[in-house]
Design a protein around this ligand. Structure first.
Ligand SMILES: Nc1ncnc2c1ncn2[C@@H]1O[C@H](COP(=O)(O)OP(=O)(O)OP(=O)(O)O)[C@@H](O)[C@H]1O
Length: 665
């Protein structure tokens, strides 16, 4: 795949993307999190690139959202979806959902969503998802006790690429290798030519080292699993709680993780622990053994009455004989017992098998007081224990790395599946929280409909809790004016229309009992202006409508109180003209207006007027029927208040009757 063919990806971005492990997969699957891992690519940019790749796949090049308000509605929808995702990954992935004009893209998402909404968003799954995130490969791993050696410059360069964790050394002959073996615990020679040579030190000749990466650097796998432990365990729990078939044996995975420390070394091996402990305790164990022997001897000497014959005393004094010989003669048994006690103390503390012979040599059989260690056997013990520990650790690491190698690829799928589930659950939660249903597109249905029909629609964007939102029925084919009392819900109704159409064209379910619509090419939503525009701004707004009425295709146009841009008389004429042009094009349009009557009067066409009516005034509060009534110009709030005053029998009754009659003219 040529990355530069993706819309929005130039030469520099293509280079940045090429540094990913598998950029084609990331683009194909819309994996925003992976794309964002490329250098210099922000999350927002990654989402745009992923959307570009999807658009390219569906040959979907038209922008559906044509105005700021349309884009704002889309962002609100996205926000509601993202709030329902647990992982950062899913939040970003949801940004690849956009309102599309192509049937293949809408159908693709619809089939994904149809399955997703069946998923039960159980709290224990959501809890487990909190611990899942994409797997990471630790980048700063260094293994210092091992090196790789070659005599070939090309192999050297290749080794540097393949084994960034190891030092790579250039050598000429066996002597160089043996020299290296003094500085490293293990030297891995990769040239065939070194096989069969007499090499000293731990030098392994592995000409196929490049195919045995796990064996050469088992630490790479071990640290990968150690640093991703929590994510892997969480992803495993997600699979169990959601009853999804895992791509690997989860017990085997857990068992492997238990054999690893957080640093990527071996955990839970008794023998290794014993060897390490013996090494750590060696010095204190020897000191403790010395103390045992000397305490024993001190006690024995204190209790002893030594009778020295004159000849012996003379010999001691004249020949400079040491007290040792006296000790040997008089306290031989006690000395033997003291040395035995010291040896057994040492072995008890070290608690490792197979080292008795060396440990026994730590204390000499020749009687001395005080008893002191011999450094040579202590040093031997140190060397032998270290070698045994390293041997054991190496073997266990190799065994574990070989078990982990089988899990390396499945765990990627394990985590991906958990993250994808989060995307699905976000959609499922959205559909459940807002009682959504799948909309029906005109081109899916037997009966052709144009425009839209919403039954029992409830906006998710209102300033009241969703449970308190009153359902709205509204259908428009062609152009319509929407009239209604102040605060009756006119803006909220066209918001609902915009919201429903955006969701439907994203391929998502909509918050309504039933929705039918045509597949629109674009959404123009002109929000209400705050106050009259100056001449320049007025001209710009008019120009935007000029462009709109010249375009072609099935567009949806929603406009809120356009009359506020200029004086009422002129507004009514302008709106009537725009409606006429839109009607000619067959565009579906809803214009919210307080001047619906005046506009109809100025229009050349028979414009449909719908009305959001107040059904009465209770304690000064308007009671509103939120569903626009077809073909009815809604009475305004002032008219309702005048009517109420006229009905109340009062001295001014006649005055209010006359006022009311003015409204009915
Ligand atoms: N379907 C509904 N269910 C419950 N409350 C609603 C509904 N529609 C609107 N409302 C309430 O009515 C308020 C006013 O709605 P909205 O702004 O849409 O009215 P409007 O007719 O456009 O007002 P204006 O004539 O002042 O522009 C909303 O803020 C909301 O609290």
């Amino acid at each position: 795949m040529d990355l530069e063919t993706v819309p929005g990806v130039g030469a520099t971005t293509a280079e940045q993307l090429a540094q990913l492990d598998d950029p084609e997969r990331a683009l194909r699957e819309g994996d925003v999190a992976a794309i964002a891992r490329a250098p210099q690519i922000s999350d927002g940019r990654a989402a745009r690139i992923a959307r570009g790749a999807i658009r390219q796949r569906h040959d979907d090049h038209d922008e559906f959202l044509q105005t700021d308000r349309a884009r704002e509605l889309y962002q609100s929808v996205l926000g509601l979806l993202q709030e329902r995702a647990v992982t950062n990954y899913a939040q970003k992935h949801l940004e690849t959902l956009y309102p599309s004009t192509t049937r293949s893209r809408i159908d693709e998402v619809r089939s994904f969503v149809t399955e997703a909404v069946e998923r039960e968003p159980a709290p224990e799954i959501l809890d487990a998802l909190a611990g899942v995130s994409p797997l990471e490969s630790p980048s700063n791993l260094r293994v210092r006790e091992r090196c790789l050696a070659t005599s070939d410059a090309e192999t050297y360069a290749q080794a540097e690429q393949t084994f960034p964790e190891l030092s790579i050394e250039l050598v000429e002959d066996a002597r160089d290798l043996s020299e290296l073996a003094r500085g490293y615990s293990t030297v891995i020679a990769v040239d065939e030519a070194f096989a069969g040579l007499d090499l000293t030190g731990d030098v392994r000749v592995l000409p196929d080292a490049f195919d045995r990466i796990e064996e050469v650097v088992p630490e790479r796998l071990l640290t990968f699993f150690a640093s991703n432990r929590e994510r892997l365990l969480a992803a495993a729990t997600v699979h169990e709680k959601a009853a999804i078939e895992p791509p690997c044996d989860l017990d085997a995975l857990r068992d492997c993780l238990e054999r690893l420390t957080d640093e990527g070394t071996i955990a839970g091996d008794d023998e290794l622990v014993q060897l390490q402990r013996a090494l750590d305790d060696l010095d204190t164990a020897v000191s403790s053994a010395e103390r045992v022997a000397n305490d024993h001897l001190r006690e024995a000497i204190q209790e002893q009455n030594v009778t020295i014959e004159g000849a012996d005393l003379l010999s001691l004094v004249e020949q400079g004989a040491r007290v040792d010989s006296l000790l040997e003669r008089e306290l031989a048994d006690e000395f033997t017992a003291a040395i035995e006690a010291a040896r057994s103390e040492l072995l008890d503390i070290l608690a490792v098998d197979d080292y008795d012979a060396i440990a026994e040599r730590v204390f000499a059989d020749d009687p001395t007081f005080p008893v002191e260690r011999r450094e040579e056997p202590v040093g031997r013990l140190q060397t032998e224990l270290t070698a045994a520990r390293d041997r054991r650790a190496r073997r266990l690491k190799a065994d574990l790395a070989s078990d982990l190698a089988d899990l390396r690829e499945p765990v990627e799928r394990l985590v991906s599946a958990a993250l994808e589930l989060d995307v699905e659950l976000a959609l499922s939660r959205f559909a459940r929280d807002f009682d959504c249903t799948m909309p029906v597109f005109e081109d899916d249905a037997d009966e052709v409909c144009s425009g839209f029909t919403i039954a029992g629609g409830r906006s998710t964007l209102l300033d009241v809790p969703f449970e308190a939102v009153e359902p709205v029925d509204y259908a428009v084919e062609g152009v319509a004016l929407l009239s209604g009392v102040n605060s009756g819900g006119k803006t909220s109704t066209i918001d609902l229309v915009g919201l429903v159409v955006i969701l439907a064209q994203m391929g998502l379910p909509v918050p309504a009992e039933h929705v039918r619509l045509e597949r629109f090419d674009a959404l123009y939503y002109q929000e209400k202006n705050q106050g009259t525009l100056d001449a320049g701004a007025f001209e710009t707004t008019l120009r935007s409508f000029g462009n709109l009425v010249h375009g072609a295709g099935n567009r949806l146009v929603l406009v809120d109180e356009l009359e506020s841009i200029t004086e009422p008389g002129a507004s009514a004429k302008i709106i009537a003209g725009i409606l006429g042009a839109l009607d000619e094009q067959g565009t579906t349009s809803v214009f919210v207006s307080h001047l619906a009557g005046e506009i109809r009067a100025a229009a050349d066409i028979d414009v449909q007027i719908d009305g959001i009516e107040a059904v009465g005034l209770v304690d000064g509060e308007l009671q509103v029927n939120r569903s626009p009534v077809k073909g009815r110009l809604a009475r305004s709030t002032p008219e309702l208040i005048v009517e109420k005053l006229a009905q109340e029998s009062s001295a001014e009754g006649r005055f209010y009757d006359q006022l009311l009659a003015k409204f009915e003219e």
